[in-house]
Write a protein of this length. Structure first.
Length: 404
């Protein structure tokens, strides 16, 4: 039975993506979960979620449960077959087939106005094709690696460009993703860059002396801050090497490195700091909630990234909202955020010497933290929801028979 509309002015949105949180993986696709909440809160939209969970075909079926805060979106987790690398010829077909029945059952209760699907392959292709019988427009979201990596894989590239062609539009999480899709042959009139929002009630400037008391940092210390997973793609070992070089300089006797997060390279990071004789100057906090991350950002001097690949990292948006200059590797969409010297500095991936030179400049020059924070304060989830709604509403109106 179809449920009555809660808000006649809002849209009914069906969201489809493997990038959506669950109880076991609460940070998986968290940006998607957050933008859906913002569309509910600020635009009065109704949302339902189908979240494919790709799995190797012969493995036992897992049970996935929604986070308590997502229950109102009725997430349904759908197992679909997936084979890494060599599965490029079949994974998207598996996902389309897996979605068919859940789509039919959902449509009976929730006849959506528009579909929003994140991750171009296989999710985007599967959503466009599985939803075709329902006639509602499908808007895709390009996240990052689905463009940076998959456009170099012929089978996936073909599927991505096909999905974009059949879609009503594509939201890209950065301008550079739109540029790459356009260069690959996508219709540029369909591509709409929209940067994620941040929680500006949490990530904002604060009294630095008080912030340092809260995290137990001496007033005269200079603090480099890293927030991220300890994974090879994040290259935290490069940051330890760079920190070692910085500490060898006589002006940096009070320099400290704080690393927030966890991951398989955590032990190697600790060992590298010990070998360099810097164990007492490198602090690993483990993962922290957002309010504690914000306290570290308010207490630090420079935010650091040494990644080999990135999309457009929300963590940089959060750091800037706290007034932090950023020193990072020039990968993915990071150059869009650090495009002038007053915002920080960039070095090539794996270029330890270049990264150290930029970090030294930022540490020595007076940085205008209030100017940086003013930039970050404009990036709210409400403003992101406004732009998403505009794209979705335009797609829905163009597809409506009443407008033809």
């Amino acid at each position: 039975m179809t449920s009555p509309r809660e808000n006649p002015n809002g849209l009914r949105i069906l969201f489809i993506s493997n990038l959506f949180p669950d109880e076991r993986e609460p940070y998986r696709g968290l940006d998607n979960g957050t933008v859906l909440k913002a569309l509910q809160q600020y635009k009065g939209c109704e949302v339902r979620v189908l979240a494919p969970r790709p799995s190797l075909p012969l493995l036992p079926t897992k049970k996935w449960r929604a986070r308590a805060e997502d229950v109102d979106m009725g997430p349904r987790f759908v197992r679909t077959g997936y084979v890494p690398k060599i599965g490029s010829l079949i994974n998207h077909h598996w996902m389309r087939h897996a979605l068919s029945r859940p789509l039919a059952e959902t449509h009976k209760r929730f006849p959506w106005d528009v579909v929003l699907a994140s991750w171009l392959y296989p999710d985007g292709w599967a959503a466009v094709n599985a939803c075709a019988p329902y006639k509602a427009p499908v808007v895709l979201i390009a996240q990052g690696s689905d463009v940076h990596h998959y456009l170099h894989m012929p089978a996936r590239r073909t599927c991505i460009l096909n999905a974009v062609h059949e879609s009503a539009g594509v939201i890209t999480r950065s301008k550079s993703l739109a540029t790459l899709l356009g260069e690959a042959g996508a219709d540029t009139t369909k591509l709409v860059p929209i940067t994620n929002g941040i929680d500006t009630t949490v990530f904002k400037t604060a009294d630095r002396v008080l912030a340092r008391r809260l995290v137990d940092v001496p007033p005269d210390a200079r603090v480099l801050l890293y927030v991220g997973n300890f994974l090879p793609v994040k290259n935290p070992l490069m940051l330890v090497k760079a920190f070692e070089q910085l500490c060898a300089r006589p002006e940096n006797t009070n320099l400290r490195l704080v690393m927030v997060g966890k991951g398989p390279l955590q032990g190697e990071v600790q060992a590298a700091a010990s070998r360099a004789g810097l164990a007492d100057r490198v602090r690993l906090t483990g993962p922290l909630p957002s309010d504690k991350v914000a306290e570290w950002m308010q207490a630090a001097d420079v935010f650091c990234m040494t990644s080999r690949n990135e999309g457009l990292p929300n963590v940089i948006l959060e750091a800037q909202a706290c007034g932090l200059p950023v020193v990072a590797t020039a990968v993915g969409s990071i150059p869009e955020l650090v495009d002038e010297p007053w915002k920080g500095g960039l070095a090539a991936s794996e270029d330890v010497d270049g990264w150290v030179a930029e970090a030294s400049r930022v540490l020595m020059e007076p940085m205008d933290k209030l100017r940086i924070a003013a930039l970050g304060a404009t990036r709210t989830w409400e403003s992101a929801a406004d732009r998403y709604f505009e794209v979705l509403q335009t797609a829905q109106r163009r597809s409506s028979p009443d407008d033809s």
